[in-house]
Structures are given as structure tokens and as C-alpha cells.
Design a protein around this ligand. Structure first.
Ligand SMILES: C[S@@+](CC[C@H](N)C(=O)[O-])C[C@H]1O[C@@H](n2cnc3c(N)ncnc32)[C@H](O)[C@@H]1O
Length: 250
């Protein structure tokens, strides 16, 4: 994929992006959109230890820590992690932070360390190569205890690729002052442009379709996979902005 000088994974999160990320999320609106979806699913299986494997600026980690979960927060971008620690201090929450690449997960934690792993905010789509997607999901599967839960999400790329990008601005990334435009839209690459009042950056991602995600989850050994669109089920294929999968380790 070197043809367009595609940008790479966590290196797309330098300091100026990390500093703008929270206004791109809009924590209050994100919480309103998801309500207690994640908390309910994690409580349903009595999760205690949760790995937030793409913690970014800490939105999910902080929310779950406040709810009493024991959260480990991992990210490879030092700037996103720094911001997560800053946000945690503001909210009087202590986060257990780990700086690592997903490709090194097996050397960071012992097998069966977690009741649940969350992989949220359209993060998995930073993996452009199929073998990387497979091996990262296998590592996560190993890190989970038996009957552990993975919750993973992505934008609705079936909609974006087949019918075009649109957004209700109500889910996940809700900042009103940002305009998101896919300036490149191909089956193997989407380059999003993010325009805010004071910010502008690009993000390159792999547009994973729901069927591929389901196939990868099953191949990695997950079962009982439930799929939601904007936190609801059933949902219209081209109607939801974000897709969530809740999968159980066999
Ligand atoms: C789209 S952001 C999502 C952050 C957060 N989950 C949220 O919802 O706001 C993706 C995050 O994944 C991290 N990331 C991307 N590639 C990674 C990799 N290979 N290993 C670890 N973290 C990575 C980035 O640094 C970034 O913080």
C-alpha cells in the first residue's frame, strides 16, 4: 500500500491531534449516545479486569474506572497516553497505563489476564494488513480468560463504501465543530480529513466491512458474536454510523 504514502497507525496521533481529540469526541455527547451500553455488557459477565487496548485520551478507561472496573489502559501513542493521564488526574481517577504496540501484546500480559478487552473508537481499522488483523485478534483472545468478552467497534464502512459517508453526530465522535470528509475512498484505504475551528489533520484507515470483522472474530476463536448498529439491534445495514460487536471467547 505504499502507493499513496499511507500514514501509519499510532504515529498518526502526534501531540496536536492528541490535544484536539477530546473536543473531537465531546465526552458529554458521546456518553449520551452510548448510554450505559458497555457497562451493561461488562456487568452481564461479571467483568472485573478490563483491558482498554486503544485507550486514546482515556474516555472509556476513565468511565469504566469510575464504575469500579479495574482498568488497564494501553496505547502506543505517547501523546494520547499523556492526555489520558491528564484527563484521569482531572477526574481523580488513577489509570494503569501501558505504552505498547498491539503487535507486542503477548509480551505485555500473561495469557488469561482479563475478563474483558475493549477495542473502541474505530481503532482496529488502523491495521492495514490482514495477517496483522488476525494476529492481534489472536493475541487478544489469548489475553482473555475463558468466556471472556471482547467489545470491538468500527465505523459503518459498508455504508461509507457503498452509499457514501454521512454522520448523525450523535455517536462516538460527536464534536460539533468538526467536519469529517473522506478525501480518499477506496476498498483498501479511506483517508479522512478532520477540520475543526482550530485544527486540521488526516487519518488513514482500513475500511473493514462487517462481514470481514465477523469472519476474523470467528477465526480467532470467538463465538456468540452479537452485532449492534449505533448500540441498537436490529439495525439497518446502511443506517448506523458505528457498528459494535460483542464477542465471547469459547
Ligand atoms: C481512533 S483512536 C481511538 C482512541 C479511543 N479509543 C477513543 O475512542 O477515543 C485510535 C487509538 O489507537 C492507537 N493505536 C493505533 N495503532 C496502534 C497500535 N498499533 N498499537 C497501539 N495503539 C495503537 C492510537 O494511538 C489511538 O490512540
Amino acid at each position: 500500500m505504499g502507493d499513496m504514502g499511507k500514514s501509519h497507525g499510532w504515529k498518526q496521533y502526534p501531540r496536536h491531534v492528541a490535544n484536539a481529540w477530546d473536543s473531537f469526541i465531546d465526552w458529554r455527547r458521546r456518553k449520551r449516545g452510548e448510554r450505559s451500553f458497555f457497562i451493561q455488557h461488562l456487568r452481564r459477565m461479571n467483568a472485573v479486569n478490563v483491558l482498554d487496548v486503544a485507550c486514546g485520551t482515556g474516555y472509556d478507561s476513565i468511565r469504566l474506572a469510575k464504575e469500579g472496573f479495574e482498568v488497564t489502559s494501553l496505547d502506543a501513542s505517547p501523546h494520547m497516553l499523556e492526555r489520558a493521564k491528564y484527563n484521569a488526574a482531572k477526574e481523580r481517577v488513577i489509570l494503569r497505563c501501558v505504552r505498547a504496540d498491539w503487535k507486542k501484546l503477548d509480551s505485555c500480559f500473561k495469557p488469561a489476564s482479563f475478563h474483558a478487552v475493549i477495542f473502541l473508537g474505530n481503532s482496529f481499522t488502523h491495521l492495514f494488513d490482514r495477517p496483522d488483523r488476525e494476529s492481534v485478534l489472536s493475541s487478544i483472545h489469548r489475553l482473555l480468560k475463558t468466556r471472556g468478552m471482547l467489545i470491538i467497534d468500527h465505523r459503518n464502512y459498508d455504508m461509507i463504501l457503498d452509499t457514501g459517508y454521512k454522520s448523525k453526530h450523535k455517536f462516538v465522535y460527536c464534536g460539533e465543530n468538526f467536519e469529517v470528509i473522506p478525501v480518499v475512498r477506496r476498498d483498501d484505504l479511506i483517508r479522512f480529513s478532520y477540520f475543526g475551528k482550530k485544527h486540521h489533520w488526516f487519518l488513514d484507515i482500513y475500511p473493514i466491512r462487517t462481514n470481514e470483522m465477523l469472519e476474523l472474530l470467528a477465526n480467532a476463536g470467538f463465538s456468540k458474536i452479537e452485532t449492534f448498529g449505533d448500540f441498537e439491534r436490529p439495525f439497518a445495514k446502511y443506517g448506523a454510523d458505528f457498528i459494535q460487536h460483542v464477542a465471547i471467547k469459547k
